[in-house]
Ligand binder design. Structure first.
Ligand code: HEC
Ligand code: HEC
Length: 389
C-alpha cells in the first residue's frame, strides 16, 4: 500500500556534512548497506582516548553537540586539518569535562544523559557561576486569580493533560484525511519538485527533488561550484560532499534519510516505527498540537507534532544519539497545498543548533516516470587516501 504526500525530502545530511571540514570526513568509514559491524571510534580516528567503544558514526554528531553547547567553532579545540592533534589546551580540558560529565550522570542520574555539556555551558565556553541580576528578577507579573485551588487550565503543565487524549490511530487517521485520504494518496507513484533552498547567511540555491514510492528519493542542490546529492534508494543512503566525493550514510543520518524518503509522509507511522505512543500535547508556535512518539529500537524516539485543528504534520523532532547527549534536528512543515487531490507541504525548514535552511517548492509534477537508476549510487571516484598524515 502506498499512501503519499509530498515534499519531505531533506538534504540534512549533505548540508550538515558540508559544514564539517573535509579532513574529518576523509577518515569516516565507507560502511556498506549490508549492516556491517559498526566500527568503533578508535578504529576510525587516530587519537580517541575518552570516547573509546563509541560507534564511529557518532563522533561527528558528538562534536557538533559539543560545539553547539559551548557556542564555539571546531577550531576552538582543534588545529585546522589535524583533528587528532592535542595542541590546544581546550581540547585537553574537554576530555576532562567528558570524564566529569559521565561521572556526574553515572553517580547521580542512573547513567542517563541528564547533565550534558549544555546543562552547564548553555552556549558559552565559560559557564557563569553567579546568577545574573537581570535574569534573577523577572518583571513583576499582573496578579492572577489563581486562588488556593491551584486551578490549572488545559495548559501543558496540568497533570490532567494526558487524560482525554485521542489515540495515536485517531491522530494518524485524521492526518491521512487531511492529506486527501488513502485513496487519493495511493494514486501518486512519483513526484518531481523544483524550488529553492535558502539559508546559510541568506544564500539561495536551486534544488530539485525526485521521489518514487514507496521510499526512494534524491535531492540535488545546485551550488555555484558543484552539486550536492542526498539520496536514499530504498535500502541505503549516499551523498556527495566536497569535490564530488561520495559518501555512504550511516547511523542517525541513514535513519533520518529513510524517514524523509517515506512516501506516506509518516502517515503510516504505526508501520514505520516499532511502536507509536501519545505524549503530552504541546504548542508549535501558537497552534495546539498532538504529539506522537515514534519508537525504533536503537534510536532516540522521533517526536511528531500534528495540528489539532487541521490534522496536518507541523513538526518533526529527531535526535542523533551521541556519547555526550542527543543532537537535535527540527523540521517544520508549512505552506500545505493541494496537487492532484493530495495535500503536502510546499515549504519546510530544517533547523539544528546554530544553523537552519528552508526549502520552498515552486513547481511540482506527479506520476511522471522516474527511473530507478536516478537513485543509484554512482561508481566511486578514484580511491582517496585519508587526508591526515
Ligand atoms: C570543546 C572542544 C571541542 C570542540 C569544540 C570540538 N572538538 Fe572534536 N574533539 C575534542 C576532543 C576532546 C576529542 C578527543 C576525544 C577523545 O579523546 O575521546 C575530539 C576528537 C575529534 C575528532 C577525532 C580526531 C582523531 O583522529 O582522533 C574529530 C574528527 C573531531 N574531534 C572533529 C571535530 C569537529 C568537526 C568539530 C566541530 C564541529 C569539533 N571536533 C569540535 C574536542 C572538541
Ligand atoms: C557540571 C558543569 C559542567 C559540565 C557538565 C561541563 N562543563 Fe565544561 N566547564 C565548566 C566550568 C565551570 C568551566 C570553567 C570555566 C572557567 O574556567 O571560567 C568549564 C570549562 C570548560 C572548558 C574550558 C573553556 C576555556 O576557554 O577555558 C571547555 C573546553 C569545556 N568546559 C568543555 C566542556 C565539554 C566538552 C563538556 C561536555 C562533555 C563540558 N564542558 C561539560 C562546567 C561544566
Amino acid at each position: 500500500m502506498t499512501k503519499k504526500c509530498r515534499g519531505i525530502l531533506i538534504p540534512v545530511a549533505a548540508l550538515t556534512l558540508a559544514l564539517i571540514p573535509a579532513a574529518a570526513l576523509a577518515q569516516a568509514p565507507a560502511g556498506g548497506a549490508a549492516q556491517p559491524e559498526p566500527k568503533k571510534a578508535e578504529e576510525v580516528f587516530k587519537n580517541i582516548q575518552v570516547l573509546k567503544g563509541v560507534p564511529a558514526d557518532q563522533i561527528i554528531p558528538a562534536m557538533q553537540f559539543i560545539a553547539a553547547s559551548l557556542g564555539v567553532e571546531c577550531t576552538y579545540c582543534h588545529v585546522e586539518h589535524a583533528f587528532d592533534k592535542d595542541d590546544k589546551e581546550t581540547k585537553k580540558t574537554a576530555r576532562k569535562m567528558m570524564e566529569m560529565m559521565f561521572a556526574i550522570d553515572k553517580d547521580n542520574f542512573s547513567g542517563r544523559q541528564d547533565v550534558t555539556c549544555y546543562s552547564c555551558h548553555h552556549g558559552v565556553a565559560k559557564p557563569a557561576a553567579i546568577p545574573e541580576i537581570a535574569a534573577a528578577m523577572p518583571a513583576p507579573q499582573p496578579a492572577h486569580g489563581e486562588g488556593m485551588g491551584g486551578r490549572m487550565e488545559g495548559g501543558e503543565k496540568a497533570p490532567a493533560s494526558m487524560a482525554n487524549l485521542p489515540t495515536a490511530q485517531q491522530v494518524l487517521e485524521k492526518y491521512v484525511q487531511a492529506l486527501g485520504g488513502a485513496e487519493a494518496l495511493d494514486k501518486i507513484s512519483s513526484r518531481v519538485e523544483k524550488g529553492t533552498l535558502s539559508g546559510f547567511g541568506g544564500k539561495t540555491f536551486p534544488v530539485e527533488i525526485y521521489a518514487k514510492a514507496p521510499e526512494k528519493r534524491i535531492s540535488i542542490v545546485h551550488m555555484p561550484d558543484n552539486e550536492m546529492y542526498t539520496a536514499f534508494d530504498g535500502q541505503s543512503g549516499w551523498l556527495t560532499g566536497f569535490g564530488g566525493r561520495i559518501q555512504d550514510m550511516e547511523g542517525a543520518d541513514l535513519y533520518a534519510a529513510r524517514l524523509d524518503a517515506d512516501f506516506r509522509c509518516l502517515s503510516d507511522a504505526r508501520k514505520v516505527f516499532r511502536q507509536v505512543r501519545m505524549a503530552k500535547p504541546e504548542k508549535v508556535d501558537d497552534r495546539g498540537a498532538w504529539v506522537l512518539l515514534g519508537i525504533t529500537p536503537g534510536q532516540p524516539p522521533v517526536k511528531l507534532y500534528f495540528d489539532k485543528e487541521s490534522g496536518l504534520l507541523l513538526r518533526e523532532m529527531r535526535y542523533a544519539q551521541t556519547p555526550v547527549g542527543r543532537y537535535p534536528t527540527q523540521v517544520d512543515y508549512a505552506d500545505f497545498r493541494e496537487a492532484d487531490g493530495v495535500k503536502g507541504p510546499f515549504r519546510w525548514t530544517i533547523a539544528r543548533p546554530g544553523n537552519s535552511f528552508t526549502i520552498q517548492v515552486s513547481e511540482i509534477q506527479q506520476n511522471v516516470p522516474v527511473d530507478d537508476s536516478k537513485f543509484a549510487k554512482p561508481a566511486a571516484p578514484p580511491e582517496q587516501k585519508p587526508a591526515t598524515p
